[in-house]
Design a protein around this ligand. Structure first.
Ligand SMILES: *Cc1c(COP(=O)(O)O)cnc(C)c1O
Length: 221
């Protein structure tokens, strides 16, 4: 199936309130352009240099989301244009993003990444660490970053019940944080969960943003 028809078939499965981040990492500009021509505007990348190259070469109304693990020394390359950073997992990283955003006279939207999988290898904060950051003086002082919600990745498994539990846990955490700190912050409203293999479960558990790559663009090699 073509990229265009894959996009269309995914979109018929997404409720109105769920945004699609088309994960284009490792894929060539032609593929991204095909999705763009089919109306897709939000793309996700996980390598800084690759993202910068694609930003320079592709239409300027694309909204680029950085979805991977971000190193502090590379923030400066994407700060001028990135639309959202999905996987912030430390106050140190966030402080650097804030500084670079300020230099560019911007306010950068971001999500905190929560560690929800039972696998050890994935990055992210636990709920206590998140609360500690949110209650810290340093966090409150950061004026050029805007917390839009939470992001997480479920365990890579065929076990649907485990995936469902992990997504349900991050949704509870989202609701707790919202109630405790952001009841009046209307734009704390994004829950970025769900990829090609598990986005239907994620939507059922409250996702507002799915990050889908291989189902749209084909297997990555
Ligand atoms: C690669 C990636 C995706 C997309 O994965 P697919 O299985 O190809 O849909 C989603 N989120 C993150 C953080 C990724 O790195």
């Amino acid at each position: 199936m073509s990229i265009k028809s894959q996009l269309q078939s995914i979109k018929t499965k997404l409720p109105q309130h769920v945004q699609l981040v088309a994960v284009s990492k490792t894929k060539p500009n032609e593929d991204i352009y095909e999705a763009y021509e089919a109306g897709q505007r939000i793309f996700g990348e996980n390598k800084v240099q690759e993202l910068v190259n694609k930003y320079e070469q592709l239409p300027k109304d694309i909204r680029w989301h950085f979805i991977g693990h971000l190193q502090t020394n590379k923030v400066k390359y994407i700060a001028p244009f990135v639309d959202m950073i999905h996987a912030v997992d430390s106050l140190k990283l966030l402080t650097v993003i804030n500084k670079e955003a300020e230099k560019n006279n911007r306010n950068i939207d971001f999500l905190f990444q929560l560690h929800i999988a039972s696998e050890e290898t994935k990055f992210g904060l636990n709920e206590d660490e998140l609360n500690q950051i949110l209650e810290s003086e340093e966090f409150v002082k950061l004026k050029n970053v805007n917390l839009r919600g939470l992001m997480g990745m479920a365990t890579y498994t065929e076990n649907v019940d485990l995936i469902r539990t992990e997504f349900s846990n991050i949704k509870s955490c989202f609701d707790n944080v919202k109630m405790k700190y952001f009841a009046d912050k209307e734009d704390f409203n994004e829950l970025s969960i769900g990829m090609s293999s598990d986005y239907e479960i994620a939507i059922e558990q409250g996702s507002t943003m799915v990050r889908i790559g291989s189902t749209i663009f084909g297997t990555r090699y």
